[in-house]
Ligand binder design. Sequence first.
Ligand SMILES: [Zn+2]
Length: 63
Amino acid sequence: MEKFACKHLGIDCDFVATGSTKEEVMDKAMAHGSTVHADLMKGMTEVQLAEFAQKLEASIQPI
Ligand SMILES: [Zn+2]
C-alpha cells in the first residue's frame, strides 16, 4: 500500500489518500487538490503544477 497526506507537503489539511499503487494515490491526491485546494492550485502556472505533481509523487510513502 502507498500513502499520501497533505501534511507531507506542509498543507494544513487532514486529507490522507491510500492505494495499492502510486498512480492510484496520485489520482486521489490530485482529485482532492483540484477541489479542496483549488485556490492553491489555480494560481499555479503549468510549470509550477508539474513541479507540484512531482513533489506530491515524491512524498508518497509505502505503508
Ligand atoms: Zn488537502
